[in-house]
Design a protein around this ligand. Structure first.
Ligand code: F6R
Length: 616
């Protein structure tokens, strides 16, 4: 997720832009840039030196000509195209007279680029954002003013956006708009009366505490001391006013107490963005970005997944999906074990590495080993241009945005979504699943972000259940079928942030040993949503109940048969079986979160853990 800042008016344009970008730094970024209005022209500077980008940008901007009257700025977290200067925002049109900063994804970027190139436009980046600058250019050339040009251009975009646009032809004006991606505007307190624009409140919190929040498809014109908001047709609308009394640290967390709860709250977006432009409205999939062509994918006769931790659990879910939909053998291994056991691989094996960071050394080395053995290697990574993304033959990015909390939450859900998309795409390429079935699964997938959002809203209920277990030091987590990796992820969350022992088992395995540990008072958390093994799951629950266990069940809304077996229920909406982990894991994240908080632990920085593990 990128950051946007904009200002027009006053004498502190450079400071407001650069300080605003610095205040967005906590979100993570790989490049940064500004475009400023100076002497009737646009002046642009960009830097793509990773976390040094802002310092490097500051040096260039300090030598900027004359005093700018306004400008826009951006910190980029790459999603389309490498994190290079050429891809850093702002992007310009062919004339250099229009500059755009953008957060989000232009879904129909490929078709728009083709149409623009046919009309003679020349693209100078690999981003989806650049098409917006050229669309605005076309509208301006047709005689429209900047606001009308932006409104018309937006009518041609599919996807999500928060954007800011400036034109050399309209000094002192910024036009901004949003659909899905957040955007706020404000007038600064004090004599400057600057009109301000930001993707996140912290960027401009020092200048005012009163903001206008835009709704989807609203367009705002910023001029010194003035803001006016319209809908996409130019009809005036009254924006919502937000008064903020948080301090800067709370504002960085979006009003949440910590990044973990903020990032759990971002899960619907993370899943939606990961599906965007890949699961198409016509019920097919498009993964042109994959870098491995369909002919090569058709040769694949075995899939092997390698990953660690939460990424491994996402991979476990994918194993079920691949075997069911693709009807090919799917193996999975903990990355640190994989290469030392001499796996059998050849050119027809597709090895899929799954990694939020794309840097975890165990997974990186496992993928390198697979490549050396002749397998085709693909990575699911959240970080564009990560080591794994550079090494692999193919890459499919999750689009969860930077994750700051050490415990994986939104990236875990995005990984499951990306892996399911990959499994469906392979099924489409192999013809292993009828088109109608693929379309039906995609339709169900599209509903998942809403269901995740609904589940998140039940946080108080989960907190109340967690409050009953603050003194418990040992938990069992059980699941069957895709509920098993969900149980493993629930147990991992509890271990890593609440520091309590939590053992996860496929429930059928219980009777082969672990059941000896069940005694009155043992707490068993089980995923008992309605998958194909639900009845067997309830039999396993009955076994632990009869030995005196206290039972917490994740159950589908209204399922009283399941609730009757539980001491406490974590309710979730029903979801088709193979997609259910995307929803069923959410209350288990919340459960761990509330237990950790009850003990006063720092959920964002659990002890002994690093966000990226670069040692074996
Ligand atoms: C758990 C967690 C870790 C990571 C693991 C792999 O919450 O964050 O288990 O999932 O270290 O990291 P990546 O996905 O970056 O390879």
């Amino acid at each position: 997720m990128c950051g946007i800042i904009g200002v027009t008016g006053g004498s502190e344009v450079v400071d407001i832009l650069l300080d605003g970008l610095a205040r967005l730094e906590y979100r993570g970024y790989d490049s940064a840039g500004v475009a400023m209005q100076v002497d009737g022209k646009l002046w642009r500077a960009r830097a793509a030196t990773g976390t040094r980008s802002l310092d490097d940008l500051r040096k260039v901007v300090e030598s900027a000509p004359a005093a700018p009257i306004g400008g826009i700025g951006h910190t980029r977290w790459a999603t389309h195209g490498h994190p290079t200067e050429r891809n850093a925002h702002p992007h310009l049109d062919c004339t250099g007279g229009v500059a755009v900063v953008h957060n989000g994804i232009v879904e129909n970027c490929r078709e728009l680029t083709a149409a623009l190139e046919r009309s003679g436009h020349v693209m100078t980046s690999d981003t989806d954002t650049e098409v917006i600058a050229h669309l605005v250019e076309e509208e301006l050339a047709g005689g429209a003013g900047l606001a009308a040009a932006v409104r018309s251009a937006l009518g041609r975009l599919r996807g999500s956006f928060a954007l800011g646009v400036v034109s050399a032809a309209e000094p002192g004006t910024i036009v901004a708009a949003r659909r899905v991606s957040p955007l706020v505007v404000a007038i600064a307190d004090g004599p400057g009366g600057e009109a301000l624009l930001a993707s996140d409140i912290p960027a401009i919190l020092g200048r005012t505490r009163t903001f206008w929040t835009l709704d989807d498809d609203q367009v705002v014109v910023l001029q010194p001391g003035a803001l006016s908001v319209t809908d996409l047709h130019g009809a005036p609308v009254e924006p919502a006013v937000l008064h903020v009394d948080w301090d800067l640290e709370a504002a960085e967390k979006g009003g949440h107490d910590d990044f973990m709860s903020k990032e759990m709250g971002e899960q619907p977006r993370a899943v939606q963005d990961t599906l965007r432009g890949r699961a198409l409205p016509d019920g097919t999939l498009s993964l042109d970005e994959l870098r491995i062509d369909a002919a090569a994918l058709r040769q694949v006769d075995k899939v092997f997944i390698v990953a660690c931790g939460s990424s491994f659990h996402a991979g476990l879910v994918a194993k079920y999906a691949i075997e069911r939909w693709l009807r090919l053998p799917a193996e999975i291994d903990i990355a640190s074990e994989f290469r030392y056991r001499d796996p059998v691989l050849d050119r027809r094996t597709l090895v899929v590495g799954v990694s939020q960071s794309g840097e975890t050394v165990d997974t990186l080395q496992a993928m390198r080993h697979a490549a050396a053995e002749g397998a085709r290697v693909l990575v699911i990574s959240n970080v564009v241009d990560s080591s794994m993304a550079r090494d692999a033959d193919g890459v499919l990015y999750t689009r969860a945005g930077p994750e700051i909390g050490v415990a994986a939450t939104k990236t875990h859900l995005a990984q499951i979504a990306a892996l399911e998309i990959l499994a469906l795409y392979l099924s489409q390429v192999h013809g292993s699943l009828p088109a109608a079935e693929i379309a039906a699964v995609l339709q169900s997938l599209q509903a998942v972000p809403g269901l995740v959002a609904e589940t998140l809203q039940r946080d108080d209920q989960v907190a109340a259940v967690a409050a009953r277990f603050t003194e418990v030091r040992d938990f069992f987590f059980l699941g069957r079928h895709v509920g098993s990796p969900v149980a493993m992820e629930g147990a991992l969350k509890l271990k890593e942030i609440a520091y309590v022992r939590a053992e996860a088992y496929p429930a059928g395995e219980l009777k082969h040993g672990p059941i000896a540990l069940i005694e009155p008072g043992t707490v068993v958390v089980a995923v008992a949503t309605r998958n194909r093994l639900w009845e067997k799951m309830l039999s396993n629950v009955a076994e632990v109940r009869s030995r005196g266990a206290t039972v917490v069940l994740v159950a589908n809304d209204g399922d009283e048969d399941t609730a009757a077996m539980a001491d406490h229920v974590l309710w979730v909406p029903p979801v088709p079986e193979l997609l259910s982990p995307l929803v069923d894991v959410v209350p288990l994240q919340q459960f761990a979160y509330h237990l950790a908080r009850a003990h006063g632990f720092d959920v964002d920085r659990p002890r002994n853990l690093a966000k990226t593990v670069t040692v074996e």
